[in-house]
Design a protein around this ligand. Structure first.
Ligand SMILES: Cc1ncc(COP(=O)(O)O)c(C=O)c1O
Length: 507
């Protein structure tokens, strides 16, 4: 054991004017001081580093003499504008070594990089999950957050890990009105978006070697979070009615993850008979079902079907909802409704993860729901997205005619576009060519679990439309149609199936 004598001085690394100069020069190169370019005041930095002000001033004078910063009386020094362009981080002081991950860490680090690429300027990006900034109720949200901050208590403390009681009460009413879900307030856990709900379920319900049922194709972020626990995926094929529940007979799994309101990505709405079959299987086998109801607010040509949570009577279903499709994916707000006997475990796990979801946002959402603003906003958004969907379907019909098949457009905020004249191995080429032409499209293939059983034998794209206006949708599809036509008529890329593939219906 290390013995510290009572008089032990904290260890200090000597900091010289030279080392401050070197480090600041490097930081200026990496663009650390941002657009504004302001460095800390010499007094402030001297205090933070525990050196004399003269030491910092000497470093600043040298940077000034070499033209890196400009100084003016009474103001903080600023990086000279031409130096504000970030260079890649060049010299690292710390030598890297082999990572020594846990087995969980190894599984996570090995999985493909799922971090959302920063959106680039394009004529149209059909990325699923984006919403239009113009749809966000800025004023109502601003007012609600300001009210929440004004009503902040005198003493700032950690709150209930399950979330604000006020929000959970508001959600309890909303879930019954919108989805006929009946639950106690204590069954609701407010989470940082569905993704944290998935993560909590994975940690609490799966052990390494356990099996989980997953739709094929599926939401990749769910598959990855469950696989990261060391559990084994059991893909079950999906058709136009969602998961083929007959395939479940005899399947032994701890958890089944499903998207019955609008299967992701194929868009099927699971009929009642399958829902009953699924719930019966879970009740019989002792498995839990995780029902991801991510975009059920958006139904266009169909009447609502009760969620699985409202069907089962033995507490087999965990229900997951989010405001990522109704307000913004960047708010990171979602909710889980868990069976009563799991509520304690989920509260503890949420506390260990991050104590609780930020309070002002929770209170603001509670205000919107209590005042009826949220539901009015959802109705408005449903109309707007209905219009976007109509525009998209019309222009697809016009530009592609018989050479495309659309699937899963009756609900939600995306559809699947199958390009019947392009082989599926052309998807990466199509995505690349479309991007070069200014249109973002996204391949369906990575969402399959490897088996591709029942998959159409042609290229497929998952087309989100909630982030785009009508004009961009039209332009984007026109350009995409040109790109597809060029690929269909051009020289077959390596691996294509010969001359016969051009324009022929593959699926
Ligand atoms: C199937 C599915 N579930 C959930 C979500 C939303 O996730 P989150 O609430 O973490 O933003 C998405 C987003 O695209 C999704 O496709």
């Amino acid at each position: 054991m290390v013995q510290l004598s009572p008089s032990a001085e904290p260890v200090r690394v000597a900091i010289s004017a030279r080392s401050i100069y070197d480090e600041l020069k490097r930081q200026i190169g990496t663009g650390i001081f941002g657009e504004d370019g302001s460095l800390p005041s010499s007094r402030g930095l001297a205090e933070e580093l525990g050196v004399s002000r003269t030491t910092v001033t000497t470093a600043y004078e040298q940077l000034h003499a070499e033209g890196y910063i400009e100084v003016s009386q009474g103001k903080r020094p600023r990086v000279v504008r031409t130096n504000r362009i970030a260079q890649p981080f060049a010299e690292g002081r710390v030598q890297s070594r082999e990572p020594r991950y846990s087995s969980f860490g190894k599984r996570v680090a090995m999985s493909p990089d799922a971090s959302a690429a920063a959106p680039t300027e394009m004529i149209a990006d059909f990325r699923h999950g984006d919403l239009s900034g113009e749809d966000f109720p800025v004023l109502a949200w601003k007012r609600a957050v300001t009210d929440a901050l004004r009503e902040q208590r005198a003493r700032l403390t950690y709150l209930d890990p399950r979330g604000s009681k006020r929000l959970r009460t508001a959600l309890q009413g909303y879930l019954w009105r919108a989805r006929t879900i009946r639950c106690d307030v204590d069954q609701i856990v407010v989470v940082n978006g569905s993704q944290q709900g998935l993560d909590l379920c994975a940690r609490l319900l799966l052990d390494p070697g356990d099996r989980f049922v997953i739709e094929d194709p599926c939401y990749d972020m769910a598959r990855e979070v469950f696989s990261a626990t060391g559990a084994i995926a059991m893909p079950v094929q999906v058709d136009s009615d969602g998961m083929k529940t007959t395939s479940l007979s005899g399947v032994d799994a701890k958890l089944a993850y499903v998207t019955p309101s609008h299967q992701f990505p194929l868009g099927g709405v699971m009929p009642m008979a399958r829902r009953l079959e699924l719930v019966e299987w879970a009740e019989r086998s002792g498995a839990y079902i995780l029902e991801d109801d991510y975009d059920s607010e958006f139904r266009y040509d169909i009447s609502p079907v009760p969620p699985l949570q409202a069907i089962g009577s033995f507490g087999a279903v965990l229900y997951l909802g989010t405001v990522s499709k109704t307000l913004s994916p960047s708010l990171r707000l979602g909710y889980l409704v868990v069976p009563k006997e799991l509520s304690q475990g989920f509260a503890r796990a949420k506390m260990l993860a991050d104590r609780h979801t930020p309070a002002p946002q929770q209170e603001a959402l509670a205000t919107l729901i209590e005042k009826g603003i949220y539901e009015a906003h959802v109705r408005r958004l449903r109309r707007l997205n209905h219009e976007r969907r109509e525009t998209l379907l019309n222009v697809i019909r016009l530009k592609f005619g018989d050479s495309a098949v659309v699937e899963g457009a009756a609900a939600g905020l995306h559809l699947v576009l199958w390009l019947t004249g392009l082989p599926k191995h052309d998807e990466p080429l199509l995505v690349d060519e479309a991007r070069k032409a200014g249109v973002g499209v996204h391949s369906i293939s990575p969402l399959y679990n490897g088996t591709e059983e029942g998959r159409r034998d042609c290229a497929g794209l998952v087309m989100g439309y909630s982030g785009l206006d009508g004009r961009s949708i039209e332009r984007g599809i026109q350009i995409l149609a040109d790109v597809v036509r060029n690929l269909e008529s051009g020289t077959p890329p390596p691996g294509a199936v010969g001359p016969g593939f051009r324009g022929a219906a593959l699926c």
